[in-house]
Structure formats: structure tokens, C-alpha cells
Design a binder for this molecule. Structure first.
Ligand code: DX5
Ligand code: ZN
Length: 219
């Protein structure tokens, strides 16, 4: 039996009732808080920034998984550590010196993650996979919640899992975008360890039951 981690994405929360939604996640079977930081340059949207993450961190009682959709993320590694990030994920496409960036994240005591856009081949990570603690496979084009899941993701997960095994790495595979009860089981079976879910959780009548359901079906 597998323990697939569920990471609700706060991007889909009600920002006027943020504390309420954070307490809901605290009380649920969710494992992580997924926090999307967008700069309006790397992606065509701006989400929220430091003061909001600071507020989230004051109430969140679970692992804080920060997904940076920003250019030149090296400038903010120390800042995100101070704001409570436990996992810090940068985009492959935004890093010229990815290996150096990963070392800088780990030097701050955070887990180092790399996110791949839908067009980015997992084989590009071959020479650095042992230094990556989490690979986030984007199953939508980053920038917005509520988009439809890209079906090619299953094949990418399988290919990445094979690479991780071949290299004897212990990297976690995270899937981000369009996750629902329709694709969660197949993703977990293909090798996904962490499932991010935004609109599917927060748009549900009963988000707590929806999280429990995602945990159950991915066992
Ligand atoms: C998209 C973000 C996702 C987003 C997922 O750029 O990285 O984390 O919040 O939202 P859903 O689950 O609604 O696709
Ligand atoms: Zn994300």
C-alpha cells in the first residue's frame, strides 16, 4: 500500500477567508500546503507574494511546499526560507545554473525541487537527478488554476520514475495541475508521490471529504 501525499493548492482558496481555509487543511488528511508564487514574467499571471506567505505560515501546521514560477529564483532563496518554506521548487526553464541553485536551496535547509513545463523532457534531468529531492511535473501550462489535465503526463511520470530508479535516486515525483479523482489513481500507479490539487479541492462542496477520497483512491 502506498501513501500518496496530497497537497492542496492555496491558489484556489478564498483569500478573504484564508485563515479558515488553512485551518480546514490543517484538520484534513492533506499532507502538504502547496503555495504558488507567480511573478507575471515567467508566467502570465501574478498570484501573491511574501506578506501572504508569511500569514499562511503563521497558521499552517503541515509541510509548506513552495512552487516558484518566477525568473531568476536565486535572488529569493533565503527569503523563502525565512517565510517558512520546507520544500522550494524552481522551474528548470528559469534556471541557467540549475545545479548551483539546488545547492543553494539545500544549504538553507530546504528540500530542493525542480518543476518541468509540459514541453520539457524529463531526460534533461539525467545529470542532476541525484541532487533533486522533488520533481514537479506540470500537467497544465503554469500560471492558472482550473485548467484541464494534459494526458501526456502519465507517460512523463513513467519515464521519470524509470530515470530515478536507474540512477538510484530517492527523488519524489509531484504532479501539478488538473488533478481530480479521475486521474489521481492512474498517476499514483504510474509513480507519482505527491498530488497537488487546487480547484478540485476548494471547489468541492465538502473539501475535507474530497481530500480523504483522494487519499483513499491513491493507496
Ligand atoms: C498552476 C499552479 C497549480 C495550480 C493547480 O500554475 O502551479 O499549483 O494551483 O490548480 P488546479 O488544481 O486547479 O489545476
Ligand atoms: Zn503549483
Amino acid at each position: 500500500m502506498k501513501n500518496t501525499l496530497i497537497a492542496p493548492s492555496i491558489l484556489a482558496a478564498d483569500f478573504a477567508n484564508l485563515q479558515r481555509d488553512i485551518e480546514m487543511i490543517n484538520a484534513s488528511e492533506a499532507d502538504w500546503f502547496h503555495i504558488d508564487i507567480m511573478d507575471g514574467v515567467f508566467v502570465p499571471n501574478i498570484s501573491f507574494g511574501m506578506p501572504v506567505l508569511d500569514a499562511i505560515n503563521k497558521h499552517a501546521k503541515k509541510t509548506i511546499d513552495v512552487h516558484l514560477m518566477i525568473v531568476d529564483p536565486d535572488r529569493y532563496i533565503t527569503t523563502f526560507k525565512k517565510l517558512g518554506a520546507d520544500v522550494l521548487t524552481v522551474h528548470y526553464e528559469a534556471c541557467t545554473h540549475l545545479h548551483r541553485t539546488l545547492q543553494a536551496i539545500k544549504a538553507e535547509g530546504m528540500k530542493a525541487g525542480v518543476a518541468l513545463n509540459p514541453h520539457t523532457n524529463v531526460d534533461l534531468l539525467e545529470d542532476v537527478i541525484q541532487d533533486i529531492e522533488l520533481v514537479c511535473i506540470m500537467s497544465v501550462n503554469p500560471g492558472f488554476g482550473g485548467q484541464s489535465f494534459i494526458e501526456n503526463t502519465y507517460a512523463k511520470v513513467e519515464k521519470l520514475k524509470a530515470l530515478i530508479n536507474r540512477k538510484n535516486a530517492s527523488t519524489l515525483i509531484e504532479i501539478d495541475g488538473g488533478v481530480t479523482n479521475k486521474n489521481a489513481k492512474q498517476l499514483a500507479d504510474a509513480g507519482a508521490d505527491v498530488l497537488v490539487a487546487g480547484s478540485y479541492v476548494f471547489g468541492a462542496q465538502d473539501p475535507i471529504a474530497t481530500i480523504t477520497d483522494l487519499k483513499q483512491i491513491t493507496k
